[in-house]
Structures are given as C-alpha cells and as structure tokens.
Ligand binder design. Sequence first.
Ligand code: AMP
Ligand code: TRP
Length: 328
Amino acid sequence: METKEKTVLSGVKPTGEPHIGNYFGAMKQFVDLQEKYDESLFFIADYHALNTLHNADEMKQNIFEVALDYLAIGLDPKKVTIFKQSDIPQHAELAVIFNTITTMPYLMRAHAFKDAEAKNKEISVGTFDYPMLMAADILMYDTDAVPVGQDQKQHIEIARDTAEKFNRTFSDEFKLPEPLILKEVAVVPGTDGQKMSKSYNNTIPLFAEDTEIEKAVMSIVTDSKSPEEKKNPEEDNIFALHKLFSSIEELEGIEKRYKEGGMGYKESKEILIENIKKFISPMRERRKELEKDKDSIIKMLEENGEKMRERAEQKMQSVREKIGVSLK
Ligand code: AMP
Ligand code: TRP
C-alpha cells in the first residue's frame, strides 16, 4: 500500500482570473497531491492580495472566485481543507513575531522586492514583509511540502530560514518545509514567450471561453518563417504550449513536422486552439455549475475557517510560551 505523507499546503492570491501558468505550475499539483497526503490545506491568500488590491467589492468577489477555481479544477472538499487566510488572524500574529527575528538586509535580498525596486515601483511595507506572512502561513500548520511555481521558490527558502532562526533563538517549534516544483512546468511561458503573468498581459485564462482561447492563441508571437521552412520547435512559443496540451504521440508528430518543414504557424495555432478547448471546456462547465451554489461555498469557507482557527490557536499558544509572552 502506498504510504501517505503528512501535510501539504499552498495558497493562491485572489487577484483575478487564474491562467494556465498558475494551473500547470501549481494548481494541478494540488489536485494530484490531495490523494497522497494525510492532510491537504489550500487557502486563499487574501491578505497577500491586499498589497495590490484595494477595492472591497473586487476583493470579495475574487475570494469567492478562488474557492470556485479550487473546486472546479477537482479539489475534493472531503479530502482537502479550503480556507481563507484572513479567517485566521493568527497568521498575522505569527508574522509579527517573525518580523522581530528577521533583518531588513535579509528581506532586501528577496527577488520580488529587488524587482519592484529595479522598476522604481512604490513598495508598501506589506510587500516588503510579504515573505514573513508567507512563512507564517506555511509554518503555522507544520507543513511538510509546498507545491508552487518556480517564482515562489525563494519564498519557501525564506520560510525555512525563518523556522531555523526561530528554533535556534527560542527552542524547537517549527518544521522545515520542502518546495514541490515540477521542473517541466516551473515557468509556463505566455503568448509573448515571457513568463505567463497577469502583469504582462500575456495570459490564457484557465476558464476561458472558446473565443478568448482563439484570440489568445492567435496572438502568440512567432518569427516570420513560411510554412515550408524547417523550424526549431524549442524556439517557438506555440510549441511550448503544445507540450502542455498534446498527447505524447501528437507532440512527436508536431515536432517532426516542425523539423522537416511543412507545419505553418497558423496550422500549429489551430491545433493548439482545439486542444486547449478540449481541455478547458469540461472544467469551465463544472465551474459554471458550482457557481450557482454560492451559499454552500461560503458556508464551507466559514466552517473551515473556524476549524483552522482552533488549530492555529493551539500552535500559537505553544509559540507564545516559547517566546515568553504567555504568563501561564
Ligand atoms: P499567484 O496567482 O501569484 O498567487 O500564483 C499562484 C501559483 O501559480 C504560484 O505557485 C505561482 O508560482 C504559480 N505560477 C504563476 N505564474 C506561473 C507561470 N507562468 N508558470 C508556472 N507557475 C506559475
Ligand atoms: N506567494 C504566493 C503566490 O504569489 C501565494 C502564497 C501566499 C503562498 N502564502 C503562501 C503559496 C503559502 C504557498 C504557501 O503565488
């Protein structure tokens, strides 16, 4: 019998429509892992989203949307606990404690901070401190594994460092989590070949309607080779996406025709459109069904929030004792 492996946890920010980069890089793993772990915790990182989203109506709507996304991709509420970060104020409390054992220069080395600085963006204290809240999310539940895309690797290293620092400074309390990153899909490229990201406007939404799929695929940037010319599949943005949506045999066929010449970009895009449609439509339809029962989704979030709050409170009691603020 396959042995189960403890606790897996991950989160998604409610900042708008998920795209196929989020799905293949992170969310698809969630679905696979729910079978393997004793405990699967997937949450909606609303306080993380608050760094970039200051509109209450949109926030409310987006939170509901992530819960729907989770269910529509196949997370089974009987096997996983889906909850909302802000229902557990203990995350923020733990982040405050982590702030006191972490230095500014250490957090200034974080990629997300450096990128924002390089672009001369205004950086909120919340953005600067993002890794501490994320460390709290992860360490609160004695998490063993954190499935994410490559861009989150450093954040998990920071969580590990923070656990070690706490354990050294006070006494053993936190487990060191491992990132789970799938190599082949660590960075899913967008329609322009850069990393697929909402902020680059190069996404294919995970629950796109057929016309949106057509439009997004048709906008994929290619070079100007004619259909007859030989092409290197590894240099083509359309082929990069074929890898996600084709069967092995089909992919081999496409690769061969690229290399031999005779496969034009238009034809390649048409094949991709059909394959993406086939893949997305069942999930999209399931999502539409789930959407009709908003009340039961809200109820699920409330119940899970309560359950996780009790769990987090227990952990915090131990943490408060270790740092000496608990007088019992
Ligand atoms: P976010 O929407 O930023 O909360 O991201 C949710 C998850 O998707 C994180 O684990 C990211 O690492 C992952 N992710 C985002 N964009 C990509 C991409 N282009 N390729 C692979 N993974 C991604
Ligand atoms: N930072 C993650 C992202 O941008 C979201 C997130 C917040 C997260 N807390 C987490 C992911 C804890 C894994 C574990 O995608």
